[in-house]
Ligand binder design. Structure first.
Ligand SMILES: [Zn+2]
Length: 242
């Protein structure tokens, strides 16, 4: 009996290893600590990007808060510029942790996402739930919900909110010029695009359905939560969804 149990445990361990390997193998390699593309800069906060979009009054808008509660690399990259707002692509901890270090900055999230941002509810994804229990939630005094289709304007820069439920219920992309900031709803990876693995998603198939909505907007490139900037994203999204 002991031998059978031992063999079963070994098989389980191998299966779990293969499973976890397939998940983390599906994650793209970040393009670098700082990704510059045109006017925007992506800062790797330790596994998740924060995007900096400059405004004409020498301020910036940030996309996401990053994984570092002190947001050290982000504050360094700001060179003292005023942050008008932080736009969250979703409420997972690796995109939210850094907002606590910007207490005077309004933070926007997509429709229905604020309970997840606050930590009042847990994400549904199998592994997302595990990480949510491990990561503390930053308290923030100025959380705001953005509406689908709303145009958020800060100084001379505008961002259109596109609700993309699936990765989380209130996931959103922000359209800015030809760029869509997509968080985990769509990542560039090896000359293709795909959503983050289903173990991190509330509902992977709903995520795919939402991407059909994104396809109706006129972005050409994406700046995502973990890989960097992906040119030709529209073409690659068409290939993913056909
Ligand atoms: Zn996520």
């Amino acid at each position: 009996v002991v031998a059978v149990l031992g063999a079963a445990a070994a098989l389980f361990a191998i299966a779990a290893g293969v499973f976890l390997g397939s998940i983390f193998g599906s994650f793209p390699t970040p393009q670098g600590a700082l990704v510059k593309s045109g006017q925007i800069v992506g800062v790797d906060t330790g596994g998740a990007y924060v995007w900096i979009v400059p405004t004409s009054d020498h301020g910036v808008v940030l996309i996401d808060g990053g994984i570092d509660p002190d947001a050290i690399a982000v504050h360094e990259a700001l060179f003292g510029r005023k942050v008008h707002a932080i736009l969250l692509t979703h409420g997972h901890g690796d995109h939210v942790a850094g907002i606590g270090s910007f207490p005077d900055t309004p933070v926007y999230a997509g429709p229905g996402e604020l309970p997840l941002v606050r930590g009042d509810v847990l994400p549904k994804g199998l592994l997302a739930q595990v990480f949510a229990r491990l990561m503390p939630r930053p308290a923030h005094p100025d959380l705001r919900e953005a509406r689908n289709g709303e145009l958020l304007t800060f100084d001379d820069q505008s961002f259109e909110v596109v609700h993309l439920p699936g990765h989380t219920a209130g996931s959103a992309a922000y359209l800015w010029g030809d760029v869509a900031f997509t968080g985990d709803s769509l990542l560039g990876h090896d000359g293709a695009v795909a959503p983050v693995h289903w173990v991190f998603a509330d509902d992977y198939n709903q995520n795919l359905d939402s991407l059909r909505v994104l396809l109706k907007t006129d972005f050409e490139r994406i700046a995502d939560g973990h890989a960097g900037v992906h040119d030709g994203a529209r073409k690659h999204l068409l290939e993913l969804l056909k």
